[in-house]
Design a protein around this ligand. Structure first.
Ligand code: SF4
Length: 226
């Protein structure tokens, strides 16, 4: 708090899984790069993760991410969408940190970031409103990028990209491996679909691609029960 905050451009780069497709910029699609010296991180069995992630995107649960102290997504110059129905969250966010969300209905707002690119509600490395954090934060899981084979774009997302490169899913059954392939194929197909691009953009954002691929891959529930 007490720092200068960034005003969103139009359209902004927004973390908004629930509103994917409504805002955007250029996306990128690539195989995850070599993580270099950073050790791999266990992302869990793919099928179980996919079922949980799809449930989170349907608003049925929060994402359960093994962040282990990582705050990359809270420190990467990202605007966080908050919907008008999120009254508990809105009651805990100082109004001066909020901006009307461009190209969204009245009442949809964005939580900005400070001059370092940090969410102003991140205090001493922890979310100061964790129990009341926005829906976007509750459903954000950077493993969606690893699942879809999509790299977060932009130099401000490098910390997130480094994390993404480290995730390694496991495949207890053939169905887990097939589901992962289906999500990556869905991402590749969606990239060329004009109907998933934001208005005026030449491509969907990386976040849009990854989230839509997880939502629309046609797999998930059938893997969940094995
Ligand atoms: S509200 Fe909390 S969880 Fe969301 S970006 Fe800010 S610090 Fe991170």
């Amino acid at each position: 708090m007490g720092v200068e905050h960034q005003v969103p451009p139009d359209p902004p780069d927004v973390i908004a899984a629930a509103t994917v497709g409504r805002v955007g910029g250029d996306g990128s699609l690539a195989a995850p790069s070599d993580p270099g010296d950073e050790p791999p991180l266990a992302a869990g069995p793919f099928g179980a993760w996919l079922a949980d992630m799809q449930a989170a995107l349907r608003g049925e649960r929060d994402a359960d991410v093994p962040c282990a102290g990582c705050t990359a997504c809270c420190t990467s110059s990202q605007f966080v969408h908050i919907g008008p129905d999120e009254t508990d969250t809105l009651a805990h966010v100082p109004v001066e940190l909020l901006f009307p969300a461009p190209r969204m209905p009245a009442g949809d707002v964005l939580l900005g970031y400070d001059t370092r690119g940090h969410c102003p509600l991140l205090v001493d490395g922890r979310c100061s409103i964790y129990e009341h954090r926005p829906r976007t934060c509750r459903t954000y899981d950077c493993r969606v990028f690893a699942a879809a084979g999509v790299e977060p774009e932009g130099e401000t997302k490098e910390a997130v990209a480094r994390r993404v490169r480290r995730w390694r899913f496991s495949y207890p059954t053939d169905a887990d491996r097939e589901a992962h392939e289906a999500v990556k194929v869905a991402a590749a197909r969606l990239r060329s679909r004009p109907d998933v691009r934001p208005e005026g953009a030449t491509a969907p954002t990386a976040t849009q691609l990854a989230v839509l691929a997880v939502k629309r891959s046609g797999v998930g529930r059938k893997v969940e029960g094995h």
